[in-house]
Design a protein around this ligand. Structure first.
Ligand code: KIV
Ligand code: ZN
Length: 389
């Protein structure tokens, strides 16, 4: 199967920053934008310039420092928004305006109190207007996940005719099932006559925990851009997590897809975003959680120590994580105990380990995790002849 590049559109600084408590100042945004560029993202959505003077300034300054990545600014399908975004993006080497409007009947009726026909006109006008300022215009059809498919196809055709280079198909409410989202993309690829003149983009929210699965289903069915955030930050339950989609694509070579992300920077990038946004990462988060490479049950530890691939499908160094951890708890087994004691310089035979293991279990039942100091005490109590300080 031919290899196909998936463009990574990072929206940590826009959709991610919408999370309550994650607000960034311009200096912090610039630092993250430079780190994102170094990570290898193709597009950085730097902000929503009309939303505040601070966001305007951030987009302007990010545009000035970013050399290789495309810098994107969000707008509504409103002329003033587009003018302000164009002004903020003036210094960018590769500027993109991301404009759009709601396309589901729910949004058309209850948000805009208008008709499908009017939405088509406004969408085309916004794209045409934005093309006066930049060559790269992305259109988003908000709530495309719940939109009527034939109407969505008409919207996509209309905005491509108007000059859109990328068309974003957001599952704004995170409602779609993976096969439904994939079928939506496939339908657009097969039914929009001018679809070959633009890239289709996946922007999937995580309300049902399906954001990563939906984005992957989208690219399997022909989309060539994924919109995502570091640590999956974003409105409500968040967005597609960048580290997850990148590693799915990398680990599943049979998909025939690739990204330009330097995967060994994923964990440092995750920590930088978490620290800067003051938003901790859940320990069991895929790829970047503190337990992503930790093994604590006896069965797993024994299998892992025999061959790491028994329980790890990614090597920690591939994603810049600390080396795999054998965590000692009351669920651990003898081989994990022997392994950790060996690392501390103690070589006990099988019988000695059996005795130590009984003593270890008593400590482990008292504690959540048994650490090196506990092990040294255990050895000192049971084998004073070999205990070291
Ligand atoms: O979720 C969404 O629909 C969005 C658009 C503004 C792209 O974030
Ligand atoms: Zn969104």
């Amino acid at each position: 199967m031919a290899q196909n590049k998936i463009h990574i559109f990072d929206t940590t600084l826009r959709d991610g920053e919408q999370v309550p408590g994650c607000k960034l100042n311009t200096k912090e945004k610039i630092e993250l934008a430079l780190a994102l560029e170094n990570l290898g993202v193709d597009i950085i959505e730097a902000g929503f310039p009309i939303s505040s003077p601070g966001d305007f300034e951030s987009v302007q300054q990010i545009s000035a420092v970013i050399k290789d990545a495309t810098v994107c600014g969000l707008t509504r399908a409103v002329k003033k928004d587009i003018e302000v975004a164009a002004e903020a993006l003036k210094g960018a080497k590769r500027p993109r305006i991301h404009t759009g409007i709601g396309v589901s009947d729910m949004h058309i009726k209850t948000k805009f109190n208008t008709t499908r026909e009017d939405i088509l006109v406004r969408a085309a006008e916004a794209v045409r207007f934005a093309r006066n300022f930049v060559d790269d215009v992305e259109f988003y059809g908000e709530d495309a996940g719940r939109a009527d498919l034939a109407f969505l196809a008409k919207v996509v055709e209309t905005v491509i005719d108007a000059g859109a280079t990328v068309v974003n198909i957001p599952d704004t409410t995170g409602y779609c099932l993976p096969h439904q989202y994939g079928e939506k993309i496939a339908y657009l690829i097969n039914n929009v006559p001018n679809v070959d003149k633009a890239i289709l983009s996946c922007h999937c929210h995580n309300d049902l925990g399906l954001a990563t699965a939906n984005a992957i289903s989208g690219v399997i069915n022909g989309a060539r851009q994924i919109e995502c955030t570091i640590n999956g930050l974003g409105e409500r339950a968040g967005n597609t997590s960048l580290e997850e989609v990148v590693m799915v694509i990398k680990q599943h070579e049979s998909l025939g897809l690739y990204t330009d992300i330097k995967t060994e920077l994923l964990n440092p990038m995750s920590r930088l975003v978490s620290d800067t946004m003051r938003m901790p990462v859940q320990p069991n988060k895929a790829i970047v959680g503190s337990n992503a490479f930790a093994h604590s049950s006896g069965i797993h530890q024994d299998g892992f120590l025999k061959n790491a691939e028994n329980y790890e499908i990614i090597r920690p160094e591939q994603v810049g994580a600390d080396s795999s951890k054998i965590v000692l708890t009351a669920r651990s087994g003898r081989s994990a105990l022997a392994h950790r004691l060996q690392k501390l310089g103690f070589n006990f035979n099988r019988n000695e380990i059996d005795v130590l293991y009984e003593a270890f279990l008593k400590v482990a039942d008292e504690k959540k995790e048994v650490g090196d100091e506990d092990l040294k005490t255990l050895v000192a109590d049971n084998h004073p002849e070999v205990a070291i300080a």
